[in-house]
Design a protein around this ligand. Structure first.
Ligand SMILES: [Zn+2]
Length: 290
């Protein structure tokens, strides 16, 4: 059901500033606008809750089909599968399943989510709990007939959050339809700026190939933006105009081409998502042509 582009594809997460500057306000207008910009993807955020009626989502999905734009969704930020409070963990399952139902209305196939936070638990306690509750979420997803959709746990940018590269690989082993969402800005924040060369990116890709195999690695979901970080990790999202924090996209473009990857790459820049998605697409085309 997911479109097969046979190459890396790009798009923005959310409405960027140029969308409004060019006179648009409705997500319904987004697919046609993105098609004209030469992009393929749009990610709709339910970060602050799943508040969209199915009819509106269906209308957006129809436009996305018409213009060949692939929709994905970001589940609410309140999800915390590592919470020791049973009610919070149970609610997390509902946040994920309700995001998947909207994704279905959008005619999309991928849902990104944040696994949870360590809290006062040891890392092992928190991760074991997250795995257990995510397992229950996967059972519920199957029971509701939503397991043809792909769920993507995301690598996180703060030490206190569950979501190192290794943890995400572990979670992705729990189901055929669980794919990694690698947020390279988050990884770079957690690594205090150590994500620089093509070799640095290649190491992440190699551990994905080892742990998850070809299909999930080649078709991984990617968030790419420059992010300011401090000692505890991520502070805030920047734009590609930043020259201090990184990461840079060119070395990753090289790695995509070298490994024949076909990832879905979303820009989460602060206000310039569409433009930065275009920039990444150009860098990728350039790397391919070399
Ligand atoms: Zn995210």
């Amino acid at each position: 059901m997911e479109r097969n582009y046979g190459r890396a594809v790009f798009g923005p997460s959310g409405h960027d500033e140029s969308f409004a500057a060019e006179g648009h306000s409705l997500t319904l207008e987004m697919p046609e606008w993105l098609k004209a910009k030469g992009l393929e993807l749009f990610e709709y955020s339910f970060g602050r809750g799943v508040r969209l009626n199915g009819k509106t989502a269906e209308a957006i999905g129809a436009e996305a089909d018409k213009y060949g734009i692939e929709m994905s969704v970001h589940a609410p930020y309140f999800i915390n599968f590592a919470s020791p409070e049973p009610e919070k963990a149970e609610n997390s399952i509902t946040y994920l399943t309700s995001s998947l139902k909207e994704l279905r209305h959008f005619h999309g196939s991928r849902c990104v989510f944040h696994t949870g936070a360590q809290g006062t638990q040891t890392r092992k306690e928190a991760f074991d709990r997250a795995k257990f509750m995510f397992g229950k979420a996967l059972e519920q997803i199957s029971a509701e007939g939503l397991d043809d959709l792909i769920v993507c746990p995301e690598t996180m940018g703060k030490g206190a959050q569950i979501g190192t590269v290794d943890e995400i690989i572990e979670l992705c082993k729990m189901g055929d339809h669980v794919y990694p969402c690698v947020d390279f800005g988050h990884v770079n924040s957690l690594w205090q700026g150590a994500l620089k060369t093509a070799d640095d990116f290649q190491r992440i890709i190699d551990s994905m190939f080892d742990g998850l195999g070809e299909q999930k690695t080649k078709n991984m979901h990617v968030h790419f933006s420059k992010i300011q970080y401090g000692a505890k990790g991520e502070i805030r999202h920047l734009t590609f105009a930043d020259t201090v924090y990184g990461p840079e996209f060119e070395p990753f473009a090289e790695v995509i081409v070298k490994n024949g990857l076909t990832p879905h790459i979303l820009s989460e820049s602060a206000g310039t998502q569409m433009l930065d998605a275009q920039t990444m697409k150009n860098m990728y085309e350039f790397a391919k042509a070399r």
